[in-house]
Design a protein around this ligand. Structure first.
Ligand code: NAD
Ligand code: ADE
Length: 384
């Protein structure tokens, strides 16, 4: 089940793994019914015929299923490549950045792009605000059927999965600190609590902090939490969230992990500068011994712990994220010439259609308003 038409066009360490890989891709596809429906339609209608897509995504079984859908829609797909794309597909704006900085000669050919994650969308909005974004990009992350489920339930489960696979830690009774109470942080905090951890939340936004407090978590500053936590998970999209001051307070043996996009949420430079020794205890488990004798354990080198130490989100949730990707590419191709170099949301009707298809695949039914209810809900006169 290859995606590149020519098998020589790859940079793969061991092609002997192809058959086992195909089985993994097939296994994941069983949990991706919405994407499977899109694949059937794309194979019939070929809406992406002749389009070249460069997709800079985490290469997982779920991503392979997306690539297959795009291929069946008529596109040629290069994963993690900047080989003359017409449509870019990013997770963190890497490809967009590469094209806008080092490969500007390729920009003229690009019709549009899509962006998978919060941090990427933040960067694209900054580029659009500065007037430097050269082509329209659809913020897939902003679709409800993406961030409500992928960021929250996907990362909630897979980040805990990564931490447990790496450490085999018993969470029950441990003090876990979650920095950032956005979509990702909420998911992680609720899953850690579900496994018996006592969860503290750190935030900079008063509304989100209040939400955390009313969800039943203790909200405190990172430096105060540092002195108490056994396990830390950052999910902010910000830099040095576990910084110098927090590092100074960490308990001996504290475990720190990151679920945010970049590996700069934990100040690894300070840790390294203060360390007298560093030791790999297990795969993805690196212990720093500091000058004062305290040991700090970093998981997955501070990279996305769910992808470094586990398999990323389960396919059932990537089903919706990647359905958004596939339909957003189709939207870009169909809207050629009509969009400005701005950040666009996923059209509401696509978001709702994905939700409907997912519900149907899950065997769930929803109600439809009666005419009376529709009139009532639109009226300002009815009621008391
Ligand atoms: P979000 O904007 O909803 O939430 C981020 C939260 O962090 C905000 O509430 C913000 O106030 C808070 N924050 C910022 N700086 C902080 C600081 N110094 N201390 C404490 N809190 C701080 O974003 P999100 O959708 O939750 O995404 C968070 C990060 O996770 C992003 O980098 C995103 O790209 C990434 N992400 C990772 C995965 C994954 O697979 N691991 C999946 C989706 C998103
Ligand atoms: N991001 C988080 N989980 C992922 C997955 N399973 N595949 C691709 N990107 C991801």
């Amino acid at each position: 089940m290859t995606v590149a038409t020519d098998r020589s066009e790859h940079d793969v360490t061991d092609t002997a793994l192809a058959e086992a890989g195909a089985r993994r891709i097939g296994w994941a596809s069983r949990e991706m019914p919405v994407l499977s429906q899109i694949r059937k339609r794309f194979a019939k209608e070929r809406p992406l015929r002749g389009v070249r897509i460069g997709a800079c995504l985490h290469v997982t079984a779920e991503t392979a299923n997306l690539a297959i859908v795009l291929r069946d829609g008529g596109a040629s797909v290069a994963l993690c490549a900047a080989s003359e794309p017409q449509i870019t597909m990013d997770d963190g704006a890497d490809l967009v950045t590469e094209l806008h900085t080092k490969r500007r000669e390729l920009l003229a050919d690009v019709r549009g792009g899509t962006e998978e994650t919060t941090t990427g969308v933040t960067r694209l909005r900054a580029m659009a605000a500065e007037g430097v974004l050269a082509y329209p990009v659809v913020a897939v992350n902003d679709a409800m059927t993406k961030h409500l489920f992928d960021n929250r339930y996907g990362t909630g489960q897979s980040a805990v999965d990564g931490i447990l696979r790496a450490t085999n830690l018993l969470l029950a009774g441990k003090i876990a600190v979650v920095a950032g109470y956005g979509w990702v942080g909420r998911g992680i905090a609720s899953r850690l609590r579900g496994m018996g951890a006592i969860v503290l939340v750190c935030e900079v936004d008063p509304l989100r902090a209040l939400e955390g407090a009313m969800d039943g978590f203790e909200v405190t500053s990172i430096v105060a939490a540092a002195a108490r936590g056994d396990l830390f998970v950052t999910a902010t999209g910000n830099v040095n969230v576990i910084g110098k001051d927090a590092i100074a307070k960490l308990k001996d043996g504290a475990i720190v992990a990151n679920a945010g996009h970049f590996n700069d949420e934990i100040d690894l430079k300070t840790l390294a500068a203060q360390a007298t020794g560093q030791c790999r205890l297990r795969p993805f488990v690196e212990e720093y011994t500091l000058r004062d004798g305290r040991r700090v354990v970093v998981l997955g080198e501070g990279r996305l712990v769910n992808l470094a130490a586990a398999e990323g989100h389960p396919p059932a949730v990537m089903d919706m994220s990647f359905a958004n990707q596939a339909l957003s590419v189709e939207f870009l191709v169909k809207s050629a010439g009509t969009l400005k170099p701005q950040v666009y949301g996923v059209p509401r009707e696509l978001d709702e259609e994905i939700a409907r298809q997912k519900l149907a695949a899950m065997g769930m039914k929803i109600d439809t308003m009666t005419d009376e209810q529709t009139t009532y809900s639109r009226s300002w006169k009815a009621g008391t």
